[in-house]
Design a protein around this ligand. Sequence first.
Ligand code: NDP
Length: 300
Amino acid sequence: MTADIIDGKAFAARIRDKVAEHVARMRSAHDLTPGLAVVLVGEDPASQVYVRNKGTQTTEVGMASFEHRLPEDTSQAELLNLLDRLNDDTEVHGILVQLPLPSHIDADLVINRINPAKDVDGFHISNVGLLATGQKAMVPCTPLGCLMMLRDRHDNLSGMNAVVLGRSNIVGKPMAQLLLRDSCTVTIAHSRTRDVAEVCRRADILVAAVGRPEMVTGDWVKPGATVIDVGINRIPAPERGAGKHRLVGDVHFESSAAVAGAITPVPGGVGPMTIACLLANTLTACCRANGLPEPEGLTA
Ligand code: NDP
C-alpha cells in the first residue's frame, strides 16, 4: 500500500481563500475589517520569521495586521499594559503573543491577561476549559488544522480509534479534546507510556506531536491508518553539504507511507495549516464579537 499524501500547503491555501472571501464580504456588507495584533518580545530569530509570515498572510487575506515588536528587556507590567490596550481596542479582534517569552516574564500570566474572546491561539485558561467541556471555544491553531485535515479525509470520525502521541498544552491535549468531541475513542500516549509502538498500531488515526525526529516508523502504523505528523525537527544533512540541515517530522515518512492510508509530509503538511487556522480564528473572533454568523468549515 502507498499512502495518499495530504497536501497541507494546498489545503492551507484553500482556507486562506475562504477566509479572504469572507473578509471581503464583511468589509463590503458591514464595513468591518477583522484585525489581528501580534506581539513579539525580544529578538528570537525563529519568532521573528513566524511573526513576519503571520503579518504578511494577515494582510494578504484583507485583514488588518497590527505588529508590536518590543525589546527583550520589556517589563512584564509594560507587556500587560499593552495587552489591556489591545483588549479594549475595537479594531483588534485577535491577539497573539508570540512564544517563547523572555524568562523574566510569566507566560501564563500574560496569556491569561488576553480577553478570551480575542485569544486566537486558544491558550487562555477559559478557552482550555470551554474546549474540555465541549463549549464554544477559541481552539489552538495547530490541532484545529489537524482536525480540518482529518474531517476532510473521513466523512465521519465517530468511533475511530485515535492515538495522540504527546500531551503538551499547545498540541497534544487540545488535539485529544477535539478528537473526543468528534466521538473518536482517544488514547493519549507520552514519554511514560508502556509499549508505545503497540499503542500506535491500534490507531485508525495517529497524530504524532513529540518533537523526536522520525520516531514513528512504519511498523508502528496500522495498515490504512491516517497519520498526521505535527513534528518539525531540524536534523543535520551532510549529504546536502557541510553544515547543512533538513526538516523532518516525528514520523519516518517512507516506511510509514508504505503502510498508512494517508499521511502528511514534513515540510508541507501540518505546518502551513497553523497560520491558515490563525487567520480562520481571527475571522471567527470578529464574527462572534459582532454577532455575525460564523464562517462554515473554519471552526471546530
Ligand atoms: P512538547 O515538547 O511540549 O511535548 C512533547 C510531548 O511528547 C510530551 O508530552 C512528551 O511526553 C512526549 N514525548 C517525548 N518523547 C516521547 C517518547 N519517546 N515517547 C512518547 N512520548 C514522548 O512539544 P510540542 O507539543 O510543543 O511539539 C511537538 C512537536 O510538534 C515538535 O516537533 C514541534 O516543533 C512541533 N510543532 C509543530 C507545529 C506546527 O505548526 N506544525 C506547532 C507546534 C509544535 P511527556 O509529557 O511525558 O514529557
